[in-house]
Ligand binder design. Structure first.
Ligand code: PLP
Length: 388
């Protein structure tokens, strides 16, 4: 047998792989399974973006190695989008790094900043990739509970002093996966002050930055005065342009951290295929009508699902952003036992909250990732179980 290096043994179990296997096994028996468990957008990439890739693929310039740190036109396009959408000015050369989805940067930032013995502050519940990056860097995690009574924002005064002393990095994610909560300008102002006072770098994961409901546009951490001095934001085309398979993302903000991320990437990759970069620039620079339509679609789906859930007596706060619903499990169930029950008796796949951390217990996450009719069908099937 070939032994993996110790750092691989520290990686947490891939929780969602097990969820997918369970759902697939059920579907293989011929059941009509409705899968709301994963965060994979169901709609296609807008055709103008796809066509741009098709024509760009013919361009021999892109058949060679791309520039190490990405084509300048792509970095300029994302800087312009941030200026228009958030009023944030970014230097495309020094304050933008091109990534392979947000995910590659979320792992790399731990490599950039954490030594063994250092602590990373991680939201609980939270997106499990943060844990993987910290584990690969050989560092430790200190979990910041996200409680409903605090609008799912962390309470910095509750962090153990011994952890804070060693803390070098902190992840935040609003609109939030899995709770769907959004951040306020006051919270981000408090965050900048906290980061400065304690020498902690902020990694703001803005994967759902385009998806806010009821006319509320999510705010970027970089809008906060002083944000660029203490952190970076991870931005991705995966959700806002239905481009999850294209793997285009960015790190934006503090130039010293951007340089570190670029340095790692210089050694590992040679940037994305140029045709993808051209199509990504088209997504960012072209008409944003498709983004408005996508947000309207998720909002209608949310309203359809919550209307139907109310009818069966399952009460919860409607999401303000992202495409997730964070719903309390009925009495007498853990998040896992309830998720298993829904799969076995209603052919509905949901993500058990415990997969996102200890404080996710008591909830399940449903993605708004199928049609309104199918979402109403989910509520009807669950209603028949008579649990609420
Ligand atoms: N961050 C959060 C909170 C996510 O939910 C996801 C994807 O599901 C990502 C980051 C990664 O997105 P990508 O690597 O596709 O940009």
């Amino acid at each position: 047998t070939i032994a993996p290096a110790k750092r691989l043994q520290k990686l947490p179990e891939q929780f969602f792989a097990a969820l997918v296997a369970k759902a697939n096994a059920r579907a293989a028996t011929g059941s009509d399974v409705i899968n709301l468990g994963q965060g994979n957008p169901d709609l296609p990439t807008p055709p103008t973006i796809v066509r741009r890739l098709q024509s760009a693929a013919e361009n021999a310039k892109y058949h060679k190695y791309p520039p190490f740190r990405g084509f300048p036109f792509l970095k300029e396009a994302v800087a312009k989008r941030y200026s228009e959408d958030y009023g944030v000015e970014l230097n495309p050369e020094t304050e933008v790094a091109v990534l392979f989805g947000g995910k590659s940067g979320l792992i790399e930032i731990s490599q950039c900043l954490l030594n063994p013995g250092d602590v990373c502050l991680v939201p609980d519940p939270g997106y499990p990739d943060y844990w993987s990056g910290v584990a690969l860097a050989g560092a430790e995690m200190s979990f910041m509970p996200l409680k409903e009574k605090n609008d799912f924002l962390p309470d910095y005064s509750a962090i153990a002093p011994a952890d804070l002393e060693r803390a070098k990095l902190m992840f935040l994610n609003y609109p939030n996966n899995p709770t769907s909560a959004t951040a306020t300008p006051e919270f981000y102002e408090q965050t900048v002050a906290f980061a400065k006072n304690n020498g902690v770098v902020v990694a703001s994961d803005f994967a759902y930055g385009a998806i806010g409901f009821d006319g509320n546009r999510p705010i970027s951490f970089l809008e906060t005065p002083g944000a660029k001095e203490v952190g970076v934001e991870f931005y991705t085309l995966s959700k806002s342009y239905n481009m999850a398979g294209w793997r285009v993302g960015f790190a934006l903000g503090n130039p010293e951290i951007i340089e570190m991320i670029n340095l790692i990437q210089d050694h590992m990759y040679c940037s994305l295929f140029g045709g993808i970069q051209e199509a990504a620039a088209e997504a960012l620079s072209g008409s944003q009508q498709s983004v408005r339509e996508l947000v309207a679609t998720y909002e209608s789906r949310r309203n359809a699902l919550y209307g139907a859930l109310e009818e069966i007596g399952w009460k919860a706060t409607k999401p303000a952003g992202s495409f997730f619903c964070w719903l309390p499990v009925p009495k007498g169930h853990t998040s896992m036992s309830f998720a298993d029950l829904l799969l076995e008796q209603a052919d509905v796949v949901v993500a058990p909250g415990s997969g996102f951390g200890e404080n996710g217990e008591g909830y399940v996450r449903l993605g708004l990732l199928t049609t309104e009719d199918r979402l109403r069908e989910v509520a009807a099937r669950i209603g028949k179980l008579g649990l609420f």
